[in-house]
Design a protein around this ligand. Sequence first.
Ligand SMILES: Nc1ncnc2c1ncn2[C@@H]1O[C@H](COP(=O)(O)OP(=O)(O)O)[C@@H](O)[C@H]1O
Ligand SMILES: [Mg+2]
Length: 377
Amino acid sequence: MEKNINPFPTIGYETKKYFCNRENEVATLRRNMENGINTTLISTRRIGKSALIYRLFEDLEVNRFACVYVDIYACTCLKDFTEALALAIFTKFPEKRTIGKRFFDFLKGLHPVISYDALNGQPEIRFEFSQTKEYEHTLRSLLVFLDSQQVEVVLALDEFQQIADFPEKNVEALLRTVIQTLKNSRFIFSGSKKHLMLEMFNTANRPFFSSTQTVGLSEIPTDKYATFIHEKFAERNRTIDDDAVDFILSWTLSHTFYTQTICRRTFAEGKRRVDIQLVKHICDEQLNLQQTTFMQYRNLLSPVQWQLLLAVAKEGLVTEPQSQAFLRKYKIGAASSAKKALQALIDKEMVCTIEMPNKTAYRVYNVFLMRWMERMF
Ligand SMILES: Nc1ncnc2c1ncn2[C@@H]1O[C@H](COP(=O)(O)OP(=O)(O)O)[C@@H](O)[C@H]1O
Ligand SMILES: [Mg+2]
């Protein structure tokens, strides 16, 4: 089964065989975890944070760390978060293992409702407490339970910025206080909303201020990615031309998810030898596939926002979005309304910011949308 999978996953994580590079980041994270340094991992979406955490776990588990991963993207309140954490621990330690058995007994004391999804058999855990206090208590005791299991624990809280939006305003402080008392647990706080993450960890009056080391994640270097792509084709006795690989990497800006998507589709064609013509055709098809969705964005944006997004797409990278030359070239109108529109596009995650040595640059967040706009207008 494993032998025939497409070597370019676009969701989740397979094994390190299908994971490209990131040696420095894995080494840094590993060193931090081994030395008790809690770490914040920040980058734009789909560049590979979650996959990197899984990749790290693969190494750490060999070294007898107990690694627990919780994605809190869909959590909107303390209840959701507490349940997600309980479920992550529950699925991590099967009942047959010592920790699993102990956890099951401990969990029973919290009177959860455990059910199994009728379709996929996945467990679900719910707590039916009437008071916030009880959730706070449960969250604390779940962390304390993990910490007291005679094993070093690494807990990754992915899309951590979500907790800033919880209606309960003290979750950050509560977590920070509990974490300070733990002896055997290390944390990775990972997040895509750069601005929210930086606010949580770099603002003096926030509970997590200065409590972690920050690791940023950017694109995989193109030479490393190119070698990886050639290797994955070669392992299945296929080849892909150099210029085809170069085209993929530049067309997708080497942004992991987009590169993986095009590679996956290219590989799926099943050709013994892939040339640049085939790759260009696949890129084109990818845009056609998403055309209906992209068209609808126009209805969701104001005319100025749409015009500005188009302009950013056509420029590729914009460093002076308020300049007269830029505004005139794309008939965007007054600098003040352009400024507001830009902020709205950033808030909607349609445009992302890229920090350069002494300025900020802007580009369309979704690379396929950017290419589609370039092609269409
Ligand atoms: N280093 C890598 N090599 C190969 N594929 C990767 C790598 N990093 C991420 N991916 C793939 O890219 C996709 C997006 O990565 P993901 O970890 O979900 O990004 P993020 O968490 O930053 O939003 C996933 O399907 C993942 O399998
Ligand atoms: Mg992720």
